[in-house]
Design a protein around this ligand. Structure first.
Ligand code: HEC
Length: 107
C-alpha cells in the first residue's frame, strides 16, 4: 500500500504541474484584457480618447502612449470612475484582471 502511494506521488506531482501550466497559459494577458475591457472607449478616436484630449491635451489622450500613469491612480479611476467614465465593478473586471491591465499600462 505504502509502496503504491510512493509510486503514484510523482505522477500526481506531474499532473498538478501540467494543470498549473495550462491555467497560466489560459489566463488572458494584460494587453488582451485591456483590448477587451478598455479599448471600446479608449481606442484612438473613441469617446474616452476625445474627452482626455480635451481635458489633458492630445499627448495624454491615449492611455497606451502615457508614461505618467500611476498604478494606484489607474485602479482608483477604474473602481470609482472619473467624470464621464463610469466605475467598473469586480464582476466586470476582477482585481487580478485589473492588476494585469495596470501592469500592461505602466510597463
Ligand atoms: C464606457 C467607456 C469606458 C470604458 C469601458 C473605460 N473607460 Fe476609462 N475613461 C472613459 C472616459 C470617458 C474617460 C475620460 C473622463 C474625463 O476625463 O472626462 C476615461 C478616463 C480614464 C482614465 C483617466 C486618465 C487621466 O489621466 O485622468 C483612466 C486611467 C482610465 N480611463 C482607465 C481605464 C481603464 C484601465 C479601463 C479598462 C479597465 C477603462 N478606462 C475603461 C471611459 C471609459
Amino acid at each position: 500500500m505504502r509502496k503504491r502511494l510512493i509510486a503514484t506521488l510523482p505522477l500526481l506531482a506531474v499532473a498538478l504541474l501540467i494543470r498549473h501550466v495550462e491555467a497560466a497559459e489560459q489566463a488572458p494577458s494584460g494587453a488582451s484584457l485591456y483590448r477587451h475591457e478598455c479599448v471600446p472607449c479608449h481606442a484612438p478616436g473613441a469617446t474616452a480618447t476625445l474627452m482626455l484630449a480635451k481635458r489633458l491635451g492630445e499627448k495624454k489622450a491615449l492611455l497606451t502612449e502615457r508614461d505618467d500613469l500611476d498604478p494606484y491612480y489607474i485602479r482608483m479611476v477604474v473602481r470609482t470612475g472619473i467624470n464621464s467614465m463610469m466605475p467598473l465593478s469586480r464582476v466586470e473586471v476582477t482585481d487580478n484582471q485589473l492588476d494585469a491591465i495596470t501592469r500592461f499600462l505602466t510597463h
